[in-house]
Design a protein around this ligand. Structure first.
Ligand SMILES: Cc1ncc(COP(=O)(O)O)c(C=O)c1O
Length: 409
């Protein structure tokens, strides 16, 4: 039996009683939308209704083995660079969400005896899954005091003769930090020198609320960096606010990578629900997709301002590196300069004020860096966020002094 570690974030959220949770700031996606919202974004309601009626008469066979061609064609447009190396739809396969996309990439391409380097902190799946499959994992650590920036010299020092993959997450969960264009270029140079594949989980793309596309450091997808040994995964869950649709994808310029993932996909699911793919394809039509991203960008900016104001007001108790992408941030809580116990903080906050946050040390590893850290999701409704921040403020005023300091490393 494969020994698999507890998936801490999901376990933490699932095991909190829904009756205690009044203000959920533990989520990492933007305000979920309905099919009706999508119809409205399409503008022309007759055309939208006509488009939806097509799904009623669709014969529900398995569908194409790599996923709906219409959907893959729309996904490919998200990687357009205007160069000859644009992505063909043959180099994209659909999956139910980015979770399964990540699973298939790791499962299909790696095995015992391989070594991978994983940006850290990050989504637990990206380092725990390879570990459970007997793959050697080195964590490429980043620190708050260095703005969560990746250190290229550290990367070079981690490379071994059997290093097969560098795994990055851009924008990054839980910090909302991004890997800038120049850092991506430097990672590609190192990977190319050693023929290492770069796998980038880009599930929060293209929600870059705090960097303009005209900024020279605006991060392109890893697939646009002119290196064939690259893989990107993504989905409609976060930036497109449709986690319930369960549609994601794997994209790579390497046909060999895609073939291996298609084969692994056959063992796990055969194909994705055609109805989900149909809705996903509708979502990625220009007016709907663009409309969703614009709405969520505006929402993230507005909500980020509220969280930043809260942090500024309480600067003796909390601090963060202001996130640049994705609707999440990693806040460090201290008292008299020492980190509080984040698990105790989250537990007491939930019990007393009904606010659900994610404890950093528990859910993002036992690393020395994460005592006192919590992940806060700010992609939800603005009014609800305001109420949640008021509840958090009351907690700081009335209950915070009872939270024990961290005894961790
Ligand atoms: C970095 C990262 N990758 C993948 C996923 C899974 O997303 P999906 O809902 O598309 O399966 C998450 C979900 O939180 C995530 O944070």
């Amino acid at each position: 039996m494969v020994k698999i570690e507890l998936f801490e974030v999901d376990h933490w959220i699932l095991s909190r009683s829904s009756t205690t949770v009044k203000h959920n700031l533990a989520h990492s996606y933007c305000l979920p939308r309905s099919i009706r919202d999508l119809q409205q974004l399409a503008g022309d309601s007759d055309a939208a209704t006509e488009a939806f009626s097509q799904v009623l008469s669709k014969a529900l066979d398995y569908g194409p083995m790599k996923g709906s061609e219409r959907l893959r064609s729309k996904i490919s447009k998200g990687y357009l660079t205007g160069s000859s190396s644009d992505l063909s739809i043959e180099n994209i396969i659909t999956t139910p969400g980015a979770s399964l996309a990540n699973f298939l990439v790791i499962f299909a391409l790696l095995g015992p005896g391989d070594h991978v380097i994983v940006q850290y902190p990050t989504y637990q799946q990206l380092y725990s899954l390879p570990k459970s499959l007997g793959i050697d994992v080195s964590l490429w650590e980043t620190k708050k005091d260095e703005g969560w920036k990746l250190d290229l010299e550290q990367l070079k020092g981690l490379i071994r003769p059997n290093t097969k993959m560098i795994i990055i997450n851009n924008p990054q969960n839980p910090t909302g930090a991004i890997i800038t264009k120049s850092t991506l270029e430097a990672i590609v140079d190192v990977a190319r020198d050693h023929s290492i594949t770069i796998f980038s989980d880009e599930v929060y793309r293209p929600l870059f609320h705090s960097i303009s596309p005209t900024d020279p450091e605006y991060p392109p997808s890893i697939l646009s960096m002119g290196y064939e040994n690259t893989i990107a995964t993504s989905s409609l869950s976060k930036a497109y606010s449709l986690a319930g649709l369960r549609v994601g994808w794997i994209a790579s310029h390497s046909s060999k990578v895609i073939d291996l993932c298609v084969n692994a996909r056959s063992y796990a699911l055969i194909t994705v629900s055609q109805i989900d793919e149909y809705l996903a394809s509708f979502t990625l039509s220009p007016s709907v997709g663009q409309g969703l991203i614009e709405r969520n960008d505006t929402l993230a900016k507005r909500n980020l301002y509220l969280v930043q104001s809260f942090i500024d007001k309480n600067s003796s108790a909390c601090e963060w590196v202001r996130p640049v992408g994705g609707p999440i941030g990693f806040i460090r809580f201290t008292r008299s300069g020492k980190p509080v116990d984040d698990l105790e903080l989250c537990t007491a906050l939930l019990q007393k004020r009904g606010v659900l946050l994610v404890p950093g040390r528990k859910c993002f590893g036992d690393g020395v860096n994460f005592s006192g850290y919590v992940r806060l999701g700010f992609g939800g409704d603005t009014g609800e966020l305001e109420v949640a921040l008021d509840a958090l403020q009351l907690f700081l005023q009335e209950d915070y002094s009872d939270v024990p300091l961290s005894t961790g490393p």
